[in-house]
Design a protein around this ligand. Structure first.
Ligand SMILES: [Zn+2]
Length: 236
């Protein structure tokens, strides 16, 4: 049979013996642990898209699709988007071809129910979930969060202590003047760390019990953490 006959069937690509199973990467860790930065680095290194449910919801709310209407309706009523709707959104987004070789989830799952749904999705997609907890002490988190800088133009994140821009207060990528985030003041930081502990730590236990969790220290310099993540997830 000619190769083009196979290509025309639109069949799912089966993982062969010499081809590694593609991965769903879930980075866990408190605000300030470096999740966003590492997710961005990994996305560039492996070519896996970073899937942010927050970004997708914002995009969807501006579209004319059925799902877009549903999201607008829910948000207008002041309610949170349900786990089922979120799961549907994630399923749809991660079914696109750019996710075939793997993808990185950012800000999802946040609840035990979402975690269950994510594992069902992984099974349906034939992908291997890899959950990494960037374990970081509260003192370190507080120090980092209070020295965090963000680019108002391209959203790149810097840190005066751990990841300073090449030129003081200027974005390396686009040259815009960097800003402190308004939710990085001490009281707001304490609140965010508390919310994180209450909501997300049960998830870490959930994944640990299923043998899916890898702990990597979030205390180390960025490039050391990135090196360890790359070794865990590679080869691309
Ligand atoms: Zn920038």
């Amino acid at each position: 049979m000619a190769f083009w006959a196979l290509a025309g069937e639109g069949c799912a690509v089966a993982a062969s013996e010499d081809q590694p199973v593609s991965k769903i990467v879930v980075l866990m860790g408190a605000p300030g642990a470096g999740k966003g930065t590492q997710a961005g680095l990994l996305s560039r290194r492996f070519g896996w898209p970073k899937i942010s449910t927050g970004d997708i919801l914002r995009e969807l709310a501006n579209t004319d699709s059925e799902l877009g209407h549903k999201v607008r309706e829910i948000q207008a009523s002041g309610q949170l988007v349900s786990d089922d709707v979120l799961a549907e959104i994630v399923r749809e987004r991660t079914s696109r071809t750019d996710c075939l070789n793997g993808y990185i989830l950012d800000g999802y799952p946040r609840t035990l129910n979402q975690a269950e749904l994510m594992l069902e999705l992984a099974e349906a997609q034939g992908k291997e979930p890899v959950v990494v907890n960037l374990a970081t002490r509260p003192e370190t988190l507080r120090e980092r969060l209070s020295s965090r800088l963000i680019c108002p133009r391209c959203a790149e994140i810097y840190n005066d202590v751990t990841n300073p821009p090449r030129e003081a207060n200027r974005c390396d990528r686009c040259g815009a003047v960097l800003q402190h985030r308004s939710d990085d003041d001490p009281q707001a930081i304490a609140k965010r760390l508390e919310v994180y502990r209450d909501q997300t730590e049960p998830l870490i236990e959930f994944f640990r019990k299923r043998g899916l969790l890898t702990e990597i220290s979030g205390e180390q310099p960025l490039d050391v953490t990135f090196e360890q993540l790359t070794r865990l997830l590679g080869p691309a």
